[in-house]
Write a protein that binds this ligand. Sequence first.
Ligand SMILES: Cc1cc2nc3c(=O)[nH]c(=O)nc-3n(C[C@H](O)[C@H](O)[C@H](O)COP(=O)(O)O)c2cc1C
Length: 108
Amino acid sequence: MDVHPYSKMLAQAPLAIVVCGEITISDRYWQQDCAAATQNILLTARALELGSVWLGVYPKEARTKAITKIFNLPKNIRPLCVIAVGHPAQEKGRVERYETSKVHRNQW
Ligand SMILES: Cc1cc2nc3c(=O)[nH]c(=O)nc-3n(C[C@H](O)[C@H](O)[C@H](O)COP(=O)(O)O)c2cc1C
């Protein structure tokens, strides 16, 4: 909580995954790569009937520094986010959020 203000579920979560990119491999695209990996982890958790939450770290400097320190990450490793994983206490109903007005066809 000191490190991340919106992460109180972590105190109860049985698992947390820190998604990291290696900037020596991909210095320009590591954020996109890690975001895609994160979404895949969230979808897989759902498929396994687990709950998960994306907890943003990058580009918040203080959070990035704190996570780097806690996990002793090497200089070339950057954390994009932490994913809390657990067994959902409740099932939320599906919310329809599709908005036709936000979809543009052929041009904006
Ligand atoms: C980049 C990013 C950062 C997020 N950071 C947090 C966070 O710090 N704490 C949190 O509780 N949820 C965080 N979320 C999760 C969202 O608040 C929300 O739970 C998620 O987008 C799914 O919302 P929904 O289940 O209502 O669709 C983040 C989501 C994204 C995409």
